[in-house]
Design a protein around this ligand. Structure first.
Ligand code: PLP
Length: 426
């Protein structure tokens, strides 16, 4: 149901009647003993099934294109033929791309760790400069924030607009604060808002090195580079050539976690030759080489249109789930001041904003009704959403029927919390 808009026009008696009705609906959801989960952006089992051909694909032939035996040690940069796949994902050259193990997050963590402890691409170690800071567009990805928190790097937030981060704020920060050493980005189908950076924003980011101190790193996590839900893809300007021309160090990342098997995929990092060389030098202390057998299987699966076919399969499974979220939100909140939400063309998330002060209450109400939502605050550094309004919805993993059920509970919780607040505010 839709509530009258705006709620502030309702009399106390009308609000009490709405409250009673919503409490009845809410109790009915609680009585249904639900156990639903809309928290993490995991692929569903059907999505994982799309890449089951990986199993046995090599049929005993472990030779890479250069004739080397992938079962053996070595090859720190990853297989050349897979680096070419990564370079295409990240719109750069194979020579400036490395291929690693199953997690791009590991490469991100190592990159920040190396930059902090040792310095990368000839720059001094961040830790030698005393306290340093990283710019985080918000809402953003909780695991990026966790890396900074673990390394003792202070996070400074800027707003994420519909075309990317607020670049005026970013440039002002860099011009005024020499302790800033980096900036996180998820430039395509961002986590959680789903937006893709505009050409103008990418161009401004590519020049940030000119405003920053040596050692500044643009962290470009292109986790959703080919993850379109809509039929047409949001275009993303290639940052590598622009950054190279402007002298800005950009560390790009991607993986096949949301393409093949999330727990058994391959990851990529790309950057200037100096950056890649210094990261590989450090990686060489930590390992002798990545899992090249898995890399070879991935080349065999993804080559000759294999990647596009798998992504079509993901789209067919994800699009109805995102449509179910949109339908429920539109049915309950279109034209209402109670909730704003994003309509992503790809990625894994829908980002919603309740009225200020209500996200924690909505998450708690949903939990008591058997629906797990990502904790309020998770999309902000230090778990502190100053407005307590943002909630990340991740509809990929549950079945379509469960997404539909979950959204009914979620919408009821938002309405209930909003009416409670209106009554409390008088
Ligand atoms: C923006 C972003 N980066 C990275 C990851 C994780 O990547 P990987 O599995 O390659 O470590 C995720 C997973 O949700 C993500 O949303």
């Amino acid at each position: 149901m839709q509530l009258p808009a705006p709620l502030s026009d309702c009399s106390p008696a009308q609000l009490q009647a709405l409250l009673a009705e919503l409490q009845r609906d809410y109790q009915a959801h609680c009585d249904a003993n639900l156990a639903l989960d809309l928290t993490r952006g995991k692929p569903s089992t059907e999505q994982l099934d799309l890449s089951d051909a990986l199993d046995g694909l090599l049929a005993g032939d472990y030779r890479a294109a250069d004739g080397s035996d992938c079962r053996n040690y070595g090859g720190l940069h990853g297989l050349a033929e897979l680096r070419a796949v990564g370079a295409e994902l990240l719109a750069t050259t194979p020579a400036q791309t490395i291929a690693g193990g199953s997690s791009s997050l590991t490469l991100m963590y190592f990159t920040l760790l190396f930059a902090n402890l040792f310095g990368l691409a000839g720059a001094p170690a961040w830790q030698s400069r005393g306290g340093v800071k990283i710019i985080c567009p918000v809402p953003g990805y909780d695991r990026h924030f966790a890396i900074c928190e673990r390394l003792g790097i202070e996070m400074v937030t800027v707003a994420m607009n519909s075309d990317g981060p607020d670049m005026d704020a970013v440039e002002q920060l860099l011009a005024s604060d020499p302790s800033i050493v980096g900036m996180w980005n998820v430039p395509k189908h961002s986590n959680p808002t789903g937006i893709t950076y505009s050409d103008a924003v990418v161009k401004r980011i590519a020049k940030l090195g000119q405003l920053a101190q040596p050692g500044f790193l643009v962290l470009w996590d292109n986790a959703y580079a080919v993850h379109d839900i809509a039929a047409s893809s949001d275009p993303l300007t290639a940052i590598a050539p622009l950054a190279e021309a402007a002298g800005t160090q950009v560390a790009q990342f991607a993986s096949t976690s949301k393409i093949t098997h999330a727990g058994a995929g391959v990851s990529f990092m790309a950057g200037s030759q100096a950056l890649i060389d210094s990261v590989v030098e450090q990686l060489g202390i930590a390992m002798i080489g990545p899992d090249k057998v898995n890399q070879l299987r991935h080349v065999a699966l993804l080559k000759e249109g294999g990647l596009a076919k798998i992504m079509d399969g993901h789209r067919a499974l994800l699009a109805p789930r995102f449509a179910a979220v949109e339908q429920a939100l539109a049915a309950h909140f279109s034209g209402s001041e109670l909730l704003r939400w994003t309509r992503p063309n790809g990625g894994y998330f829908v980002s919603v904003d309740t009225l200020a002060g209500l996200a924690s209450r909505v998450v708690a109400l949903a939990a008591a009704a058997g629906v797990k939502l990502t904790p309020a605050g998770a999309t902000f550094p230090y778990h502190r959403d100053p407005q307590d309004s943002n909630i990340r919805l991740a509809p990929s993993f549950p079945s379509l029927a469960d997404v539909e059920k979950t959204m009914q509970v979620f919408c009821c919780c938002v309405q209930l919390a909003s009416v409670e607040q209106q009554l409390a505010n008088g």
